[in-house]
Design a protein around this ligand. Structure first.
Ligand code: TMP
Length: 211
């Protein structure tokens, strides 16, 4: 797949309850204020078919879904998302801001479920070719604190029903990936107050906007 990317692709990642929504709003506002045409989206999800897959994988009644099915559904949703929304937007020069992307697959299906990273890499190459985010914010905080925040907001989805140990593996995998790719993945300490978190994000965004 050859993508003639004129826009930029920014993703936001983290374990449950790290504050993705408020920080996505913040990122979107900064970019819009800078005059950039922004498309905001999420994974799994985006176009209608991918949102249908999202409902399936988050549904707590799907308690017998096997790990490979879960992995393939994530990439099926992603293939449709790339084809219908992300690639056309990037080619049109828009900036895409996406709530989670393939780092989440490495973290949740790889770290959490224990699927070999090399198998995920095969699907990544198949579905994305060489397309990778230009910049990824990893909102990081102790798992326990995030889970306490997440549980106070809504009914848990199929992933939120997992035990703390699952999310410790997810966090560890995210951090390992960030350390392996420090240019792309910026670790943001998500524990302090929102304005302190946003200050860190703002500094990184000013750099990319200055390029
Ligand atoms: P969220 O968008 O509300 O965080 O919910 C999405 C859930 O899906 C979250 O628990 C992480 C999970 N997920 C995966 O397991 N693999 C993936 O590739 C993606 C994009 C999300």
């Amino acid at each position: 797949m050859v993508v003639n990317m004129k826009g930029r692709f920014i993703t936001l990642e983290g374990t449950e309850g790290v504050g993705k929504t408020s920080n996505l709003n913040f990122i979107e506002n900064i970019l819009r204020d800078a005059g950039i045409d922004v498309v905001r989206t999420r994974e799994p999800g985006g176009p209608p078919l991918s949102e249908t897959i999202r409902k399936m994988v988050l549904d707590t009644h799907q308690d017998d879904i096997c790990d490979d099915t879960e992995l393939l559904l994530m990439f099926a949703a992603r293939a449709q998302h790339l084809h219908q929304l992300i690639i056309p937007a990037l080619e049109a020069g828009k900036w895409v801001v996406c709530d989670r992307f393939t780092d989440a697959t490495y973290a949740y299906q790889g770290g959490g479920r224990g699927i070999d990273q090399s198998r995920i890499a095969i699907l990544e190459k198949w579905v994305q070719g060489d397309l990778r985010p230009d910049l990824t914010f990893l909102l990081d905080m102790p798992v326990e604190d995030g889970l306490a925040r997440a549980s106070s907001r809504s009914e848990p989805d199929r992933f939120e029903l997992e035990k703390q140990d699952f999310f410790e593996h997810v966090r560890h995998t995210y951090l390992r990936r960030a350390k392996a790719e420090p240019e792309r993945v910026k670790i943001i300490d998500a524990s302090p107050s929102l304005d302190k978190v946003q200050h860190q994000i703002g500094e990184v965004l000013s750099e990319i906007l200055a390029q």
